[in-house]
Design a protein around this ligand. Structure first.
Ligand code: DGJ
Length: 748
């Protein structure tokens, strides 16, 4: 036994070393060869002959794969362009007795060296597969090159197509798999990850975002030591972890320098990322649907497609990774309909009126909102039947006649006449036991017959995987939107999954419930958007609990956190900015003061103006002076909005490293910029790390040879060179004080 183990380990170690260092010249003798005729050569994706395989070149990265001697497609290299690959041909042979251990699509079969991305059970109960190369094609999908590599099982009717769509200028690869059953009986998919990547040997740090309600998007850093680090969600709510990461060499990566690999996932449900560090120093990144308590029965002739995993590379540190991801989201992920539109300044009445809403009071708020420059008025929770508190009403999406005896139409008409768009809050996936819907359909919630139906915020989860729930929601929400001139939906979800049973479904379908739930959620939103194309959507989940590429491709903006304390928001928003752009980041000015530090109204505005500005407080309580300040701030925001929502973000000072934070948004041509400066608390000069580094804030992304006109809270002119090399003096004084400075390039 002992002997066998040692032998296996040695084979494994040798194979890892061989593959890690030598595969560039692997002369593959695959069981099938690349069909030349079907390949359209492009500059981005090319076929290689020695080794037989593929090379994907983006602006700053190279991704290379090869077909090994045993027909297995193997990863060769993923990293910066121009890195010399030391390859020895003598090392490329894969012993057929061992087989390739490091695989592009790692599967459960043979020696399992990596975290697998395909795990299936065939009809005859064979639990392993053997996926070998069969063909490939270079395609174009929505204007971008895409490589499809087809793998087939050597003995069974299973094909796996591995897709890599490339956005070369952003150094972004989208990876996904399509599994097809060519057997006569079902194949059970126990795991199908979207993609895997194999990083060169190094010492790496992983960054990810983690948090909880009121405390979302906290940046975490951890060293990857041998073993597996998993970030995941099983119960959908992702306050703990939006599906995003970066990996960077521990000694090189910084905010502005060094190589950074980054990624995200187009999936809003149960997802996971694994980062497996090997003793060789290599790191495998793998991500997709979390198959914990999940399996999929693939019927004959059917296909299963995984969601897209996004992988990217930045040679310019974390800020380069953020800039690429922001650009990707704005230009490739957001819905085309609203992709280029600036997000409106909104007012939301939740904190002002909670469940106690009526026409007169909402109208009074809307009038003031209009006066100060708001563009969209949103009534939050409380407008629908029986919703006097959070213990009743969810599920009954008809207007509460006691609160609105004439329905919503008169209110909407008056608000529209003011020149404001009207928006409304819904939480379609949940139901209160005290609702007409639940009384009529107690079997429509996720449950097990003999188990407690656990509640959170007095809610149960509707089983959206089921047809009845889907049809009910589609029709009730369609009626709401058809009968009322609603231009904005805030789509909330306030609890995690529990008791994920689906007793009515055939047994093999029961563990498909999480995937079917999300697919139907997407179908529901898509269908509503087809029916009502003018409606803007906001994703919310008890704050920022559902922020991922899957939902962002359907919802046009996101509610960031229920914590609207501006001191906290500086930090929450700073963390958020690593993964998602300001164009989606909704931020309301309220009177929240969780730490009793009394930030001024100006500071509150300045914090919210670095995202999608909203107001969420009782406006009737604002003095004339406060309304005047608000009007001035909103007017300024409208001027800087294109820069904030479309510009390139540079994080100049981190609030996690000192007493101050600074953000800069620059137009892509460097001709305009806006800088946000926040003093969190006043300290002795030079006492904090940031202040010791410099008494000034160095700007970035400007034209060094041009002069800039400074306006806002600092006036004057300065050259781009001065602003970038010497910086703008840190002139903000006092606790929770702030400034906004705009810069405009002067023509000679
Ligand atoms: C949670 C959201 O995050 C809040 O903004 C608000 O919409 C409440 N739900 C309403 O119940």
């Amino acid at each position: 036994m002992q002997h066998g183990k040692i032998e296996y380990k040695m084979i494994f170690v040798i194979a890892v070393i061989v593959i890690s260092w030598s595969l560039n010249s692997c002369v593959a003798q695959s069981r099938a060869s690349v069909p030349e005729s079907s390949v359209r050569q492009t500059q981005v994706i090319t076929e290689t002959k020695k080794p037989q395989g593929w090379k994907i070149k983006t602006a700053s990265s190279v991704y290379q794969m090869a077909v090994a001697r045993d027909g297995i497609v193997i990863p060769v290299y993923y990293g910066p362009r121009g890195a010399p690959l030391q390859v020895s041909r003598a090392n490329v042979h894969v012993s057929p007795k061992v087989g390739s251990l490091i695989r592009e699509v790692p599967f459960r079969g043979g020696f399992i060296a990596q975290t697998p991305s395909v795990e299936v059970i065939f009809p005859d109960r064979t639990r392993e597969c053997d996926l070998v190369y069969s063909s490939s094609q270079i395609l174009e999908i929505e204007g971008f090159p895409c490589l499809r590599i087809d793998l087939g099982d050597s003995a069974y009717g299973l094909t796996v197509s591995s897709y890599i769509r490339v956005i070369p200028e952003l150094d972004i690869l989208e990876k996904w798999l399509v599994l097809k059953n060519k057997e006569k009986d079902p194949i059970l998919i126990e795991n199908a990850q979207s993609g895997s990547a194999w990083l060169p040997a190094d010492e790496y740090d992983l960054f990810h975002l983690s948090g909880r309600w009121g405390n979302e998007f906290m940046l975490q850093r951890t060293r990857l030591t041998p073993g597996v680090k998993t970030i995941q969600t099983r119960a959908f709510v992702a306050h703990e972890n939006p599906p995003w990461f970066t990996v960077t060499p521990a000694k090189q990566g910084s905010e502005t320098q060094g190589p950074v690999w980054f990624g995200g996932l187009h999936w809003s449900g149960n997802w996971r990322f694994d980062f497996e560090k090997f003793p060789s120093g290599n790191v495998q990144i793998i991500g997709g649907i979390n198959f914990w308590d999940t399996a999929w029965q693939l019927k004959p002739a059917e296909e299963f497609s995984t969601p897209k995993l996004v992988l990217g590379f930045s040679p310019e540190g974390m800020s380069g990774a953020s800039a690429r991801m922001h650009n990707y989201i704005r230009n490739h992920v957001l819905r085309k309909k609203f992709r280029d539109a600036l997000r409106p300044v909104l007012y939301n009445s939740w904190y002002a009126t909670t469940f106690n809403v009526n026409e007169q009071q909402q109208l009074a708020l809307a009038r003031i909102a209009r006066e100060i420059g708001v563009e969209l008025f949103v009534i939050d929770d409380g407008w629908f039947k029986g919703r006097n508190h959070d213990r009743a009403g969810l599920g009954d999406w008809t207007v509460d006649k006691k609160k609105f005896p004439n329905g919503l139409q008169p209110l909407i008409k008056k608000i529209s006449d003011l020149g404001l768009d009207f928006g409304i809050w819904v939480e379609p996936e949940m139901v209160n036991p005290d609702s007409d819907l639940y009384r009529a359909h107690p079997d429509w919630v996720l449950h097990y017959p003999k188990r407690t139906r656990h509640e959170q915020r007095n809610q149960l989860v509707l089983n959206l995987a089921g047809e009845g729930v889907y049809n009910y929601l589609l029709e009730s929400l369609s009626t709401l939107l058809r009968e009322n001139n609603i231009r904005f939906i805030k789509w909330d979800r306030n609890r995690a999954l529990s008791d994920v049973g689906w007793p009515d479904a055939p047994v093999p379908m029961q563990r498909e419930v999480r995937i079917r739930f999300i697919n139907n959620l997407y179908n529901l939103i898509d269908e509503l958007q087809t029916r009502f194309p003018e409606v803007l959507f906001e994703s919310c989940s008890g704050g920022g609990g559902r922020t991922d590429l899957g939902i962002i491709s359907r919802m046009d903006q996101v509610w960031t956190s229920d914590n609207t304390d501006p001191a906290d928001r500086v930090m929450i928003q700073y963390g958020y900015s690593h993964a998602f752009p300001a164009k989606l980041m909704v931020s309301w000015v309220t009177n929240a003061d969780w730490h009793k530090v009394s930030p001024s109204l100006k500071f509150r505005f300045h914090v919210c103006m670095s995202g999608v500005l909203g107001i969420g407080t009782d406006l009737t309580k604002w003095s004339e002076e406060e309304r005047k300040l608000a009007a001035d701030m909103i007017a300024l925001y409208k001027k800087i909005r294109p820069l904030v929502q479309e510009g390139i973000l540079h994080r100049l000072h981190s609030p996690f490293e000192g007493n101050r934070a600074a953000l800069q948004y620059v137009s892509p041509d460097g001709s305009e910029a806006v800088v946000f400066l926040y003093n969190l608390w006043e300290t002795l000069p030079g006492s904090t790390r940031t202040a010791r580094a410099s008494g000034a804030v160095k700007l970035t992304g400007l034209d060094p040879d041009a002069n800039y006109l400074l306006s806002g809270d600092r006036r004057g002119t300065a050259s781009g060179e001065t602003l970038m090399n010497i910086g703008l003096p840190w002139f903000v004084r006092g606790n929770f004080n702030s400034a906004i400075v705009t810069l405009k390039k002067q023509t000679q």
